[in-house]
Design a protein around this ligand. Sequence first.
Ligand SMILES: CCCCCCCCCCCCCCCC(=O)SCCNC(=O)CCNC(=O)[C@H](O)C(C)(C)COP(=O)(O)OP(=O)(O)OC[C@H]1O[C@@H](n2cnc3c(N)ncnc32)[C@H](O)[C@@H]1OP(=O)(O)O
Length: 172
Amino acid sequence: MSQSELERTYFQDGLHGNHCYGCGAWNDKGLQIKSFWDGDESVCIYQPKPHHSAMPPDVMNGGTIAAIIDCHGVCSAIADAYRTEGREVGDGEKIWYATASLTVNYRKPTRIDGPVTARARLTEKTDKKTMFEVDFFSHDGVLTCDASVLSLRVPSEWADPTGLFKHIDSNS
Ligand SMILES: CCCCCCCCCCCCCCCC(=O)SCCNC(=O)CCNC(=O)[C@H](O)C(C)(C)COP(=O)(O)OP(=O)(O)OC[C@H]1O[C@@H](n2cnc3c(N)ncnc32)[C@H](O)[C@@H]1OP(=O)(O)O
């Protein structure tokens, strides 16, 4: 069932301290995307800014589109893992995923002058791997991109606010 805007619980609001450029609610220079469940699909609606353009100023930049799709896919994998365990995102023991693979097909130019929508559906899942297929629409309802995001479950070191590489370096 579809939630009204006021009823929505956004996945990213439960990921406390997340500074990710695309989905970190605590990164004030980032995109700060917001994702929510709409039945079995997850949805992200984002209003691009004029500086998110490609060369033509009315077309959205492909890298920014990819960042939205990437973060929406990974956050959907995280939210799905919490939902499977019957927990709200961020409650109890933390669950983290990272992008292993991202494929974006740019089918049509995306208009920048209104909110874009990413709709994701779960297509594959194991204990460690989660695949979401994502459709991306411009504000006039045109399907401009389709994509797939493979997310892999990663250890809590990924959420260390002081960084990941010291953990990798100490294990090598
Ligand atoms: C203070 C609090 C802070 C809070 C903080 C909050 C954080 C809140 C989260 C934010 C959400 C971020 C959203 C943005 C997401 C990024 O931007 S993350 C940054 C970009 N991604 C990366 O840097 C990842 C770099 N890659 C890696 O580190 C490693 O390759 C990975 C992805 C962790 C996987 O390594 P691994 O666990 O050793 O995987 P491995 O055992 O080799 O493979 C496991 C399985 O996955 C498959 N696989 C692995 N890689 C691939 C691939 N590329 N393609 C296809 N299959 C693959 C393998 O074939 C294998 O399959 P099975 O044999 O099980 O069937």
